[in-house]
Design a binder for this molecule. Structure first.
Ligand code: NAP
Length: 483
């Protein structure tokens, strides 16, 4: 019955308030990862369309920037109300194209919609500054102005939330945008475009641009002088390519990149709290989360108990199509992701690791992989250093806090980390030494609209959410003035 819902979503490019096919007629198939069947096909924007999208956003820019902050806030408030009303519908769309369970789809919509509310409220609260120069020579006036036409590139794992986390602050700041969703999950973005039009977003302010030619269209837009901002969420590898391209014109960049989150279990951890937090940190979105726990570092005194309890909890999860009743874990996004996860586990096992549960692909169609727990792993194994992005928990043991801090920081990434322990002072002391943009203590869920989301090291530049998220779309203009 979701087929009717899927076929109600517009499938052309959304440029300047119009639905248009791509200039050369190219289309992208959208596949349901639970069945491997094509459920829709959408227009794939060409380089000529990319220039048109920049033009539409550029033309709409001055009028949108001139609206009052309150007016922009009201439009975002409308979007909040409408998406809240249609949360089940959007959750089903997300589940069909991304694979997550309906419960997780609802969780994502609830998270996504909060960015409309939060930044709708922030819009009128972003004030400039006024001061007197220390020498008394002049007054200092600092204004915040929209950075301008913004290219927003998003990944497939949270197709609604990764979009709204960028669209809402950009619009609140007075910017116009071109959203390029991941090719695996364009439907949620196109449905959002239709919703935003209904919510009163003027033509050209939000353009949605699926394209199977991401590299060419990003190169084209980043070369266009009218585009002044890139906000990217995706892998560190692609982030690096985009930063290199953006450097040619010094385009303002915000980067939300990959992670390799350590989950540290200190010797005084409460095991019930720890296993609960560990399951959330590992299994959100079947492990396909940038902040997902990638490696569990457990004090040697708790290693056996934690490993057994994680294996039991993982083995109890029911794997299947996300929209079916009673399913805990949906499919992964595509075959290459399943191959990658299976390859990492197989290589670890070949190196002497032990699989406590899972470790296989279930038979039948769909990109499924069993919830898996692996112990006795060589520290040098690839699985310890690669973002797994799947339902696999790797567990190693440590003896001292100093040792685990060194292990946790032994990565190029610094997005998220987790620490469990009853002594909060000790947990905070360990947290202060972990190079990570976000740390959860005795909990496995971090995301919060009001908190700065982002990473250190090669996990990114800048922050989303909180007040910081809007400043990523504002320039400061300082005026020295006498009167
Ligand atoms: P990805 O391969 O980097 O793709 C992300 C986006 O970039 C997609 O829209 C993709 O388009 C586009 N893209 C790919 N190659 C490009 C190129 N050469 N030029 C311009 N655009 C390009 O990442 P993903 O596999 O979708 O997502 C998983 C990654 O995202 C993980 O590393 C995860 O940690 C990270 N992530 C980070 C955060 C965060 O907040 N830090 C949040 C979620 C995910 P196509 O789909 O058309 O190729």
């Amino acid at each position: 019955m979701t087929d009717k819902l899927i076929s109600s979503i517009p499938t052309d490019l959304y440029i300047g308030g119009q639905w248009v096919p791509s200039s050369d007629g190219a289309r992208i198939d959208v596949v349901d990862p639970a069945t491997e069947k094509v459920i829709a096909n959408v227009a794939s924007g060409s380089v000529a369309d990319a220039t048109r999208a920049v033009e539409a956003a550029y033309d709409a820019g001055p009028a949108w920037a001139a609206t009052s902050p309150r007016q922009r806030g009201e439009v975002l408030r409308n979007a909040f109300n409408m998406l809240t009303e249609r949360r089940v519908e959007f959750a089903k769309i997300i589940s069909r194209e991304e694979g997550k369970t309906l419960a997780e789809g609802l969780g994502e919509v609830d998270y996504a919609v909060e960015f409309f509310r939060w930044f709708g409220e922030e819009a009128p609260r972003t004030m400039g500054q006024f001061g007197r120069s220390p020498a008394g020579a002049n007054n200092i006036l600092v204004d915040h102005i929209p950075v301008g036409v913004s290219l927003l590139i998003t990944p497939w794992n949270f197709p609604a939330a990764m979009g709204t986390r960028k669209i809402a602050p950009a619009l609140a700041a007075g910017c116009t945008v071109i959203l390029k969703p991941a090719s695996e999950t364009p439907l949620t973005a196109l449905a959002l475009a239709a919703l935003l039009k209904e919510a009163g977003v003027p033509d050209g302010v939000v353009n949605v641009f699926p394209s199977g030619r991401s590299s060419e269209i990003a190169n084209c837009m980043l070369s266009d002088d009218r585009l002044t901002k890139l906000s990217f969420t995706g892998s560190t590898e692609v982030g690096r390519i985009l930063l290199a391209k953006a450097s040619e014109r010094i385009v303002n960049c915000s980067m939300e990149l990959g992670g390799n989150a350590p989950f540290i279990v200190l010797e005084d951890a409460d095991m019930d709290v720890t296993v609960g937090a560990a399951m959330v940190a590992k299994m959100r979105n079947a492990g396909e989360s940038c902040v997902g726990a990638n490696r569990f570092h457990v004090h040697s005194s708790l290693y056996a108990e934690f490993s057994d309890r994680m294996a039991a909890a993982m083995a109890a999860l029911k794997v299947g199509p996300g929209l079916e009743e009673g399913i805990d874990v949906g499919p992964l996004i595509n075959k290459s992701t399943v191959d990658k996860v299976a390859g990492l586990v197989d290589a670890a096992v070949a190196g002497g690791a032990k699989v406590l549960t899972g470790g296989k692909r279930p038979p039948g169609p769909g990109f499924f992989y069993e919830p898996t727990v692996v112990t006795n792993i060589e520290r040098s194994a690839d699985i310890m250093h690669t973002e797994i992005f799947g339902p696999v928990a790797t567990i190693t043991e440590f003896e001292t806090d100093a040792e685990v801090i060194q292990q946790a920081n032994d990565t190029i990434f610094g997005l998220a980390a987790y620490i469990c322990g009853r002594d909060i002072g000790r947990a905070l002391s360990v947290a202060s030494k972990i190079d990570s943009g976000m740390i959860g203590i005795n909990r496995g869920f971090l995301s919060d609209t009001a908190a700065p989301f982002g990473g250190m090291k090669q996990s990114g530049l800048g922050r989303e959410g909180s007040q910081d998220g809007m400043h990523e779309f504002l320039e400061k203009k300082y005026i020295a003035v006498d009167w």
